[in-house]
Design a protein around this ligand. Structure first.
Ligand code: GAP
Length: 451
């Protein structure tokens, strides 16, 4: 993990936020390469899940919504974690995690009172300073603020803790305006905010993060079939972006472990350096959200099937993944160090060409005008089709290493012979194999590489 964090900072993927002011805990900024890579993930996700399917539409709802949305969704009452403080050093812990780690027991389904009793009976102390712990109380994870210039009189407003509610409350708008027919899915990418008690592990758990969510509406009788079909799309997505099978694990949650809205959840775990941890959740939300919003808003959120003449509330299958967590998984999945001859260690980021910040780097081997002009011409040409970068600084070995560790798939080198034989050398990031290719055949060669 240290290597990944160091590479991310050194090469401009991810920086600690507000660093010139001493930083702000668990908050990160994406640098030039990180921002490119994050954008590539979003574009590929939309291409894979939305534009390649006729039963999918894209959506983009506001972060702020009427506070009643969060009452209806159950977040005001139920989106809580059990919190405990140390009286001496004032450190805060999630009581359930602390008890499970200390006593090696499951505390699923226990109330705050039960957990307080467990702490007292087992003399559990603050792991940091051995101080006495307070009673356990619930802590709502939503960020709450006031709307309007008069803070005291303003209306309560929440930063959304998940993006999907914007889709549920627009169910009728989407149906009426886009004339979609059940089964269909709505996909959305956007920021979500949670006042986590124990954030950490770099960008794994943060207070501000992006989610890639799909709410797939289906007939209640078809829910099991749809669950399997959509899960199949998700499994193919992970193959498509190059996540290795051995890094994924599918874990069905028990009733006590599931969120309040879920009838069935399979969490997809990824093998992070700190163990297999949740990468994405995949839930059957039933008709929980549409029914609750119908009840709280007074507007019926139902579907009328014109063929069967049946009116019903669809069930929802929801694959939801954090973009930042997926970004970290992709770095971990692709990172490797290998010994190369006597030249020491080579760091390689084996990212899929769909995700890598750059697909191609172009270099002139020697920095004479003729080589530079030809290399720049090739670069300008390829830039129209591929994500390319150009580098003429330092030795060719160093330039290869620089591109390997940021995941650039192919390096194209113009050497003095190129000026005579109209050919260039193309080096592959993963195998380091080199091919000599005519400049006139370059486009055909690259099409084969990137399809
Ligand atoms: N709408 C369903 C939902 O939000 P969730 O399991 O709470 O379900 C879905 O969150 C995904 O969002 C998680 O699997 C994870 O990838 C990401 N996520 C949740 N909390 C996060 C946090 N604090 N930091 C980064 N990613 C987070």
């Amino acid at each position: 993990m240290e290597y990944i964090v160091s590479l991310a900072k050194r090469r401009g993927f991810v920086f600690p936020a507000s660093s010139i002011y001493g930083g702000i805990a668990n908050t990160w900024d994406y640098g030039p390469l990180g921002a490119l890579m994050k954008n590539n993930i979003k574009n590929e996700w939309i291409k894979f899940f939305v534009t390649s399917f006729d039963d999918m539409v894209l959506f983009d709802s506001a972060i702020f919504q009427n506070a009643k949305v969060w009452e209806a969704s159950g977040h005001v009452d139920k989106f809580n974690d059990p919190l405990v403080d140390c009286i001496k050093c004032h450190k805060r812990y999630r009581a359930d995690t602390l008890l499970e780690d200390t006593l090696k027991i499951s505390v699923e389904g226990l109330s705050c009172e039960d957990m307080t009793r467990l702490i007292k009976d087992n003399n559990v102390k603050c792991p940091s300073c051995k101080g006495t712990l307070t009673s356990v109380r619930t802590f709502n994870l939503m960020f709450k603020t006031k709307m309007g210039p008069m803070a005291d009189d303003g209306e309560d407003i929440y930063l959304r803790p998940e993006t999907c509610q914007g889709i549920f409350i627009n169910f009728s708008n989407i149906l009426k305006s886009y004339r979609v027919k059940v089964p269909f899915g709505v996909a959305q990418i956007g920021k979500a905010f949670r006042n986590e008690i124990t954030p950490g592990n770099f960008i794994f758990r943060t207070l501000e993060f992006e989610q890639l969510e799909i709410e797939y509406f289906t007939h209640p009788n078809d829910v099991d079939k749809t669950f399997t079909e959509i899960m199949d799309r998700v499994k193919r997505w992970y193959q498509y972006i190059g996540i290795k099978d051995e890094n994924l694990k599918f874990v069905e949650l028990s009733e006590e472990e599931r969120a309040h809205y879920s009838k069935k959840t399979i969490d997809i775990y990824f093998k992070f350096p700190f163990g297999f941890k949740e990468l994405q959740s995949f839930a059957n939300r039933g008709d929980y959200d549409l029914s609750r919003h119908s009840k709280f808003s007074g507007e019926k959120l139902e579907y009328y099937d014109e063929v069967s003449k049946e009116k019903y509330t669809p069930y929802v299958i929801e694959p939801s993944v954090g973009l930042d967590r997926l970004f970290l998984a992709l770095l971990v999945n692709g990172y490797r160090e290998e010994k190369v001859g006597d030249n020491g260690i080579r760091v390689v980021l084996s990212l899929s060409s769909k995700i890598a910040p750059f697909q191609i780097a172009v270099f002139p081997l020697e920095v004479d005008n003729k080589s530079i002009n030809l290399a720049k011409k090739i670069y300008e040409d390829l830039k129209l089709v591929y994500r390319c970068t150009y580098d003429e600084g330092s030795s060719i070995g160093k330039r290869y290493r620089r591109q390997d560790e940021i995941g650039t798939c192919k390096c194209i080198t113009v050497d003095p012979n190129s000026l005579d034989d109209d050919s260039v050398t193309i080096r592959d990031r993963d195998t380091m194999k080199q091919d000599r290719v005519k400049i006139s055949d370059l486009k055909e060669y690259l099409i084969k590489c990137f399809t």
